[in-house]
Write a protein that binds this ligand. Structure first.
Ligand SMILES: Nc1ncnc2c1ncn2[C@@H]1O[C@H](COP(=O)(O)OP(=O)(O)O)[C@@H](O)[C@H]1O
Ligand SMILES: [Mg+2]
Length: 357
């Protein structure tokens, strides 16, 4: 198997930050990571009292990554943030608030919806989860941060697009069902590949979080791109997440990828709310026969093996796919259907986990 971002993160988590007692990953120094075949590109941001310290760190990181099997080329960009505190940092500093928290002061909880693999229904789950939370009386926003394939503007029936105001702030779209929606789909051209990288991507994301007038929200649900790339890393490092929900199907390949997502969240200290298995089974409307299309019980087994909650199975229902295409999410149109109830049960588990204690 080829080199993965996970391999790199694992290595980086063994390298201490200069003058600190945490590793690069735990300290949130990894801002961008790109693995392209045997090429690794990395953006690190570290605090250092003197620029020279950071330079020797770059050499060390490049040396250690080059020593990994399968790595041919390493490019490390290092941003040095000159330390503002004088003297050594306290040995047991409290966890720092994440960088963009002040941008969303009215947002109580941010829940990220992630998947290792594309096409498993991450966006479908994010949309219906947001609507089910709203049906439970919560104030909900939905941010589609999947820059490579934004779909919430379509799924949520919110194609009109947001409006700006004189101060440059953006009003999210009020979608049917009472959810406020913002999507990269409003600003990227569907026919053009997205080529934002590194600092540009970081800036774009920061604006997406901070320039949107979310107002008071109980939940901001974030639809992440699949995988463990730049967007997921940047958001996890900068937005205080109440937790991540991992969507998978029962297929082995999707489960392997789900495991990778889980490890990424653990590394970044983001609580994992649980795993949900989407498209788990199909019930024949004629004869009632239940077919486990992608195999049976995979999501639960993975969750058990990894020690995270299993949050249930969402059945396959053609109405979900049709409603997704026409902006009529099933939780809104047919909340009492089996699949509508499954999404509601998922929302209830999230509420239970996010709001207890
Ligand atoms: N439970 C389901 N039943 C039927 N179709 C589904 C279900 N979940 C997702 N789909 C369909 O599968 C496709 C991929 O789902 P999507 O949410 O776009 O995946 P992702 O965001 O993970 O790429 C879409 O056409 C969607 O309508
Ligand atoms: Mg999607």
């Amino acid at each position: 198997m080829g080199l993965t971002e996970q391999d790199i993160l694992r290595k980086l988590s063994t390298i201490p930050i200069p003058g600190g007692n945490r590793d690069l990953v735990a300290a949130g120094a990894v801002r961008q990571l790109e693995v392209d075949g045997e090429r690794v590109r990395l953006l690190l941001a570290v605090e250092a009292a003197r620029p020279g310290i950071a330079d020797s760190l770059r050499g060390e990181v490049e040396r250690q990554l080059r020593a990994l099997p399968g790595v041919a080329d390493v490019e490390v960009t290092l941003q040095t943030l000159l330390a503002t505190v004088q003297g050594p940092s306290p040995a047991h500093a409290p966890p720092q608030p994440r960088g963009w928290a002040h941008l969303i002061p009215g947002v109580e909880r941010v829940v990220a919806v992630a998947s290792g693999k594309g096409g498993v229904g991450k966006s479908t789950v994010a949309a219906n989860l947001a609507l089910a939370l709203a049906r439970r009386g919560r104030r909900v926003g939905l941010l589609d941060a999947d820059i490579y394939g934004p779909s919430q503007q379509l799924m949520m029936g919110a194609e009109e697009g947001p409006t700006g105001d004189a101060s440059g702030k953006i009003h999210p779209v009020d979608a049917p069902g009472g959810v406020k929606v913002m999507s990269f789909g409003y600003i990227v051209d569907a026919d053009q590949p997205v080529i934002w990288r590194g600092p540009m991507l970081q800036k774009a994301l920061e604006q997406f979080v901070g320039d949107v007038l979310w107002g008071e929200l109980d939940y901001l649900v974030v639809d992440l791109p699949p995988g463990t790339g730049d967007v997921a890393l940047t958001l996890c490092q900068n937005v205080p997440l109440a937790g991540a929900l991992i969507v998978t199907t029962a297929q082995d390949v999707a489960l392997i990828d789900a495991r990778k997502s889980l490890h990424m969240f653990r590394k970044l200290d983001v609580p994992v709310l649980g795993i949900v298995e989407n498209m788990s089974h199909y019930t024949c409307p004629e004869c009632g026969h239940v077919e486990h299309v992608f195999g049976s019980g995979g999501g639960r087994r993975t969750a058990d093996a990894l020690g995270v909650p299993f949050l249930g199975e969402i059945p396959i229902d053609p109405a979900v796919a049709a409603g997704g295409d026409t902006g009529q999410p099933v939780v809104l149109e047919r909340p009492q259907s089996p699949v509508g109830r499954a999404f509601t049960a998922l929302a209830d588990s999230i509420l239970e986990r996010a709001e207890r204690g």
